[in-house]
Write a protein that binds this ligand. Structure first.
Ligand SMILES: NC(=O)c1ccc[n+]([C@@H]2O[C@H](COP(=O)([O-])OP(=O)(O)OC[C@H]3O[C@@H](n4cnc5c(N)ncnc54)[C@H](O)[C@@H]3O)[C@@H](O)[C@H]2O)c1
Length: 334
């Protein structure tokens, strides 16, 4: 298959490219390097050279038509699947730059959608559980309602609302252009290459603090819960959504949305304890101001993913944290 991955130099994108290449698919990544890194693609380049399958990187804005024209040329004029991952991700951005988040997330999606429609490609959109906003009823099912707080209170939902609108645009393209599109909603994926800087995400931020021998920062009370999902499990789910012609239960996958997440619910405080245990850190965590609109619980119901994609998360959190820590230490020593 010939595959386009937008946001391909990011955390999930780089793992997706790597996994596709290993299975001999020709891959082109588009990334403007807002948060992507060339070093994330080092293993893609080496495995492409090793197995003799081309891998292309277009370092351009995914909101511009010319980026897709370049990508199509690299793929010799045809593309089977577009995985659209390009977006501004990272909680701090949602609050600090809601203007950027809304603009980039919607403009890149619209351009990628047009490209898939024009070229008759299948489309996979990485939405987010944040698309449900303040929904309190857990677990979140594939078709739960979205609820958003007033925009005058905080702008955190710039991200979640952009994903909600993204899903809406996908449904429109399915209905009006017969696009074969599928939506996936990753629940807090983690693993090697997840950013742990000041605009990063929980697991890596905590492990980075342990590496630096500084106290782990807990945002808010730490009682909020999440279901952290190992990156290889996540990529398996995203790929199933892109590769199956129909569900393993015979169901139609077009226009369907799948929650992809572990069902191991833990609090942020418990996560900090696991990170301390794995890294042997004795320094106690400290509490810092939480983020406005942070949901108290986020738990997926993955029944649809299990029945139609044959997918469920398998790696226990402790094992995943150990693997991520081993990777981080090796990177630090290199
Ligand atoms: N990681 C998760 O747990 C998670 C959870 C829910 C949804 N998602 C979604 O999955 C996708 C990938 O997430 P991630 O964790 O890998 O984030 P990431 O920030 O590592 O990857 C996103 C990539 O998009 C790129 N990008 C941003 N603006 C761009 C533009 N204008 N043109 C081209 N590229 C651009 C960034 O440089 C980055 O490499 C995102 O759409 C995100 O919203 C991720």
């Amino acid at each position: 298959m010939r595959v386009l991955v937008t946001g391909g130099a990011g955390f999930l994108g780089s793992h997706l490219c790597e996994s596709l290449l290993v299975d001999f698919h020709e891959v082109c990544a588009i990334d403007d390097m807002f948060r992507g890194r060339k070093r994330n693609l080092e293993s893609c380049k080496s495995s492409a050279a090793e197995i003799g399958v081309p891998f292309h990187l277009v370092m351009k804005d995914g909101a511009l038509a010319e980026s897709y024209e370049t990508a199509l040329k690299r793929l010799n004029g045809s593309v089977d699947v577009v995985y659209h991952l390009a977006a501004i991700n990272g909680t701090r951005w949602f609050n600090e730059r809601p203007d950027l988040v809304a603009r980039v997330n919607l403009s890149t999606l619209q351009m990628a959608l047009d490209f898939a429609v024009t070229n008759g490609a299948r489309f996979v959109f990485t939405s987010s559980p944040e698309a449900f906003g303040d929904q309190q009823n857990m677990p979140i099912t594939s078709n739960s309602d979205s609820q958003f707080a007033s925009s005058s209170v905080h702008q955190r939902h710039s991200y979640g609302a952009s994903k909600y609108l993204g899903e809406l645009l996908i449904q429109h393209a399915v209905k009006t252009h017969s696009l074969d599109a599928r939506i996936v909603r990753p629940f807090n994926s983690y693993g090697p290459r997840l950013p742990g800087d000041s605009h990063g995400q929980a697991v890596s931020m905590m492990l980075e603090r342990c590496l630096a021998e500084e106290p782990i920062q807990i945002h808010g009370t730490g009682e909020q819960t999440r279901c952290f999902t190992w990156v290889e499990d996540m990529i398996r789910g995203i790929r199933s959504a892109g590769e199956l012609d129909q569900g393993i239960d015979g169901s139609n996958l077009i226009g369907r949305a799948f929650n992809l997440g572990s069902t191991e619910e833990i609090s942020i405080r418990e996560l900090a304890e696991i990170c301390r245990e794995v890294t042997g850190t004795e320094i106690s965590p400290i509490e810092v101001e939480g983020y406005a609109g942070d949901s108290e619980r986020r738990v997926p119901d993955c029944t649809d993913a299990k029945e139609a994609l044959g997918w469920e998360a398998t790696l226990p959190l402790l094992d995943g944290i150990q693997r991520t820590w081993a990777w981080m230490k090796a990177k630090n020593e290199a």
